[in-house]
Write a new protein. Structure first.
Length: 247
């Protein structure tokens, strides 16, 4: 006989500090606090919820770890100004509109590195293809791409001609009726110094350089599979982006 917990029992089983965290998040979500507003102090949480200092501190630490509040020594806690989980419209802006862009396929290889297999959700004996490409504007290499595509999404008879894969998305659309532009993806952008000789050589750089680094995984949720994992490295002066938010 199965025993199903009631809502009340689930709540009672939850730690006190976690219940307080949930309540405070609800208050923030209902606009009791706005971005940048000063948040409750440890003493205020103790009084408001009739708890110990230890519990109050645990609540504040939990909210800070979730990037909901920012704690500033000597000043108190404030609602984070981060737009984490906020719905925004992001648009890449061409720095040189109208200029001819050339994409070159440098190499195509098959591999099965365990780290990439994990990112693509593949098994240990499966493989993927690595496509190394560059992007040029006015004969200047502005960006280097490394795409990792599961082998079952690559027609091997086309590999002998690298130019067949100038646009991997067009290839996927023509060969497998997969349109990556319509699929879900997660992308992380950062700025960092790159010393990898392969990347520097692709960008015709002689020493370590500060580059825009983008890592993106594209997912076909209908068939529960990863379609592509890509890392790109771009010269910062060729990158421009606009972020807007509707009220």
């Amino acid at each position: 006989m199965k025993y199903i917990l009631s809502v009340e029992e689930i709540i009672m089983d939850k730690p006190k500090y976690a219940l307080i965290v949930d309540d405070l998040i609800s208050k923030i979500g209902n606009s009791l606090f706005l971005r940048g507003d000063k948040f409750y102090s440890e003493a205020e949480i103790k009084k408001l919820y009739n708890v110990s200092s230890t519990t109050a501190v645990k609540v504040l630490n939990e909210l800070a770890s979730r990037d909901i509040i920012v704690r500033i020594q000597g000043k108190g806690s404030f609602i984070s100004k981060s737009d984490k989980n906020e719905l925004v419209r992001l648009s890449n802006i061409e720095r040189f509109p109208g200029e001819i862009v050339k994409v070159r396929v440098i190499s195509i290889t098959e591999d099965n590195d365990k780290n990439i297999l994990k990112k693509l959700g593949l098994k240990s004996k499966e493989t993927y293809f690595v496509f190394v490409r560059t992007r040029e504007i006015k004969n200047i290499v502005t960006e280097a791409f490394i795409s990792y595509i599961p082998s079952n999404l690559v027609k091997k008879d086309l590999i002998s001609k690298k130019e067949n894969f100038t646009s991997i998305y067009n290839r996927l659309r023509e060969d497998f009726q997969i349109n990556p532009y319509q699929l879900a993806y997660k992308e992380i952008d950062s700025i960092g110094y790159i010393e990898d000789p392969q990347i520097l050589q692709l960008l015709h750089l002689n020493s370590r350089a500060l580059l825009l680094i983008q890592k993106r995984t594209t997912t076909d949720k209908v068939h529960n599979r990863e379609v592509e994992y890509i890392t790109s490295f771009e010269l910062p002066e060729y990158f421009k982006q606009q972020i807007t938010r509707e009220p």
